[in-house]
Design a protein around this ligand. Structure first.
Ligand SMILES: [Zn+2]
Length: 200
């Protein structure tokens, strides 16, 4: 009974974290409201193979960072950045892929780190959560470039110009995401050992 409640609580934390991340991605893309019609025409078709790859790689990155406990959150974060398509889907004059941006990634990692530090988000230690968010964003853009279209407004909202990444750059981003996830895993293990050491 207690175990079922713990699982329920854990999943509500995971869903709240992923929901906030998706809301951030959708809101950030609204900043593209005023971009020129020429740029706004960019509208990738939904690619089902690509989405499945985001699910699989997202799970692996989450698992590398925090084992089974973070694999589910990893999937939701990996596909969640595509919430930036929402405005365009609803017919708003905003850019799909508006949050596939280095500035968005830096902002959202900082935000989740702060919310983790303030214990508002408790799904993982603050630094591990920020690292996971960063790794999932990098993995997502890497996979987009590897198996889909590699055009991103990477400097948004300073510039909404789409920059093209080739497959080699996609593979590099994916490698960076794996490295980041492993670093997060090592860091949290060391922290755990340190706190165990002090409580002994
Ligand atoms: Zn995407």
């Amino acid at each position: 009974m207690k175990q079922a409640q713990a699982v329920r609580e854990r999943w509500s934390e995971i869903l709240a974290t992923a929901g906030l991340f998706m809301a951030c991605a959708a809101a950030f893309a609204l900043l593209s409201w005023r971009v020129t019609a020429e740029v706004r025409q960019y509208s990738p078709e939904p690619q089902y193979f690509e989405e499945l790859t985001h699910v699989g790689v997202g799970a692996v990155i989450g698992w590398l960072a925090g084992g089974r406990r973070l694999a589910g959150l990893g999937i939701l974060l990996s596909i969640g950045i595509d919430a930036d398509h929402l405005g365009a889907v609803l017919g708003l004059p905003t850019l799909p892929r508006g949050s596939h941006s280095a500035i968005f990634i830096a902002l959202v990692c900082s935000l989740f780190w702060m919310l983790g530090t303030a214990r508002v988000l408790r799904v993982a230690p603050a630094l591990l959560l920020a690292v996971l968010v960063g790794a999932e964003c990098l993995n997502h853009i890497g996979v987009d470039a590897l198996v889909g279209q590699g055009d991103f407004p990477i400097y948004a909202p300073i510039s909404w110009k789409f920059i093209t990444f080739d497959r080699v750059q996609g593979a590099m981003l994916l490698t960076g995401a794996v490295g980041l996830a492993l670093w997060g895993r090592l860091w949290s293990r060391r922290e755990e050992r340190a706190t165990k050491g002090t409580s002994d």
